[in-house]
Design a protein around this ligand. Structure first.
Ligand code: G4P
Ligand code: NA
Ligand code: NA
Length: 190
């Protein structure tokens, strides 16, 4: 998605060789028109799939996932991230480490919102090592729902998350892929 590449070049800043700060577009704000275009692009890419719901993880996944759900015409479900001490029998729960925060949190989805009748498209803002994504996929599996595909706004292809999910056989589509942040330069794939 060229428009998104241009905006990343203009607005993102490199924190270090592993981390890109994309506050205005993904992590601390959103451009509504650009976000709606992300949703339309995911809807086009997954047009051949049966999708009953879009699922994401709070908080930064929500704008793009909302836009995708709108474009496809299905409901949105977002997993909550919590630090919990006790299990909730009414929810699916998976513990995941977080790449940027250096802590573990629990991903939680109500059993009322996801079940065997669902075929879900998982949308997220950034994939790094893929821990959050794999946790969310385990929740989809626990629920008996089918995972129709994974759509990622920004894949850092120098980290293993995207590759690992493709190797597991999931269909993963990224709107932009960054192959390096070395030497203070953002290098895109292809
Ligand atoms: P992973 O799924 O690929 O393993 O990523 P991980 O769980 O390690 O990521 C944890 C959080 O770190 C995610 O946000 C993810 O978007 C974010 N993250 C990973 N790499 C980068 C990066 O280069 N830049 C920025 N800005 N964020 C990155 P989260 O914990 O779900 O928090 P939230 O942003 O949704 O609130
Ligand atoms: Na994030
Ligand atoms: Na996220």
């Amino acid at each position: 998605m060229d428009l998104l590449k241009q905006r990343i070049l203009k607005e993102a800043s490199i924190v270090n060789a592993d981390v890109l700060k994309v506050d205005s577009l993904l992590n601390h704000g959103a451009d509504p028109e650009l976000t709606l275009e992300m949703g339309r692009e995911f809807a086009r890419r997954f047009a051949g799939e049966t999708i009953t719901k879009v699922i994401t993880v709070e908080s930064s996944g929500i704008p793009a996932a909302f836009a995708t759900a709108l474009a496809i015409g299905v409901p949105l479900v977002f997993a909550r991230r919590k630090k919990t001490l006790i299990g909730d029998p009414d929810a699916y729960c998976e513990r995941v480490p977080s790449f940027t925060k250096g802590i573990v949190t629990d991903l939680i989805v109500s059993r009322q919102l996801l079940g065997p009748a669902d075929s879900v498209l998982f949308i997220d803002d950034i994939i790094a090592n893929g821990d959050a994504a794999r946790g969310l996929i385990r929740i989809v599996e626990q629920s008996g729902a089918r995972l129709a595909g994974v759509g990622i706004v920004l894949e850092k292809s120098f980290q293993a998350g995207g590759r690992t999910l493709r190797e597991l056989g999931y269909r993963l589509e990224s709107l932009v892929r960054i192959r390096s942040l070395e030497n203070h330069v953002i290098s895109f794939e292809e």
